[in-house]
Design a protein around this ligand. Sequence first.
Ligand SMILES: C[S@@+](CC[C@H](N)C(=O)[O-])C[C@H]1O[C@@H](n2cnc3c(N)ncnc32)[C@H](O)[C@@H]1O
Length: 253
Amino acid sequence: MIFHIVTIFPELVRGVLSHSILKRAQESGAISVQVHELRAFTHDRHRVVDDAVYGGAPGMLMKAPPFFEAVDVIRAEVASRRGAEAAARLRVALLSPAGRTFTQRVAEELAREPELVLLCGHYEGVDARVEQALATDVISIGDYVMTGGELAALVVLDAVARLQPGTLHDPASAGDDSFTTGLLQEPQYTRPPEYRGMAVPAALLSGDHAAVARWRRREALLRTLRLRPDLLARVDLTAAERSLLKAMGWEGS
Ligand SMILES: C[S@@+](CC[C@H](N)C(=O)[O-])C[C@H]1O[C@@H](n2cnc3c(N)ncnc32)[C@H](O)[C@@H]1O
């Protein structure tokens, strides 16, 4: 999958991309990331990307033209590589606190795209015409306001890249992640089997695969009930699981 990040801080983005799993994913070709410096799409000597807000609101706003021109160039490059239809279908996501909340479901949806453009705002945000006529998606990573879109874009990229074949050494490890199954993941342990009086649950040391699977499912259910009971409403539960949860205080049906 190819990611395009449009930003005024390319080095910030490259720094994160040059470590650990994301670095290896690029080296193996599972993902490729093109970082586009927004200032390259300005036409004045000082390469200005922001201006005062109309109507006298405080602060500075990022101008629309550099974003439109950056996406024009990206689309032209996509068209030359994969054809005009692919370029027309390109998903262009603006990072904004006003967007659709980013979840594992959204990550899974975006991971099916061959290519994704991420537009990073700054200052007071971005001229509304970018959202109106350029972005196909507006994505928020949560109900809080950050200083810029780079960290949000990297959050989206990381979660989507993780779902690409070849990014993880063991793709099965993503299959039982929190949210993927609809539940939080069960508690996990590694050596030593006992530490400061805390023993690893006996079922995990039993070598009995069926018993381990039962333990894991039960603990995932109970942990989800304790920490995120809202998730249970969307999970397919067996009658026995419903009874277990109800016995533990679940008020769902
Ligand atoms: C200070 S914020 C702008 C906030 C804007 N004035 C508002 O109230 O909605 C600057 C930039 O940071 C990014 N940003 C901040 N919080 C974000 C969030 N929760 N999710 C995604 N992007 C965010 C966006 O790209 C935004 O354009």
